[in-house]
Design a protein around this ligand. Sequence first.
Ligand SMILES: [Zn+2]
Length: 87
Amino acid sequence: MLLIPCPWCGERDESEFSYGGTARSLPPLDADPAEWERVLYVHDNPKGWHDDLWFHGFGCQRWFALRRHTVTQEIGEPDAAADDGAP
Ligand SMILES: [Zn+2]
């Protein structure tokens, strides 16, 4: 079980959240379909620190980025700046 620190609600159980994938910039909507395919379906499986997107569905209904270590499950500070209304 993870305790995830929501920037607006504080620390909550991971069951209140949905994982949104890797926190990264998306290509423009008119980008080459091959670029969108790579972004949507090809994923790294990093060992170490990773930037995740999380949605607090059973709380404030907001997105945020969080740095998480994929081996130890250590969690860094959340980044509320990721909340632009979309994952
Ligand atoms: Zn929240």
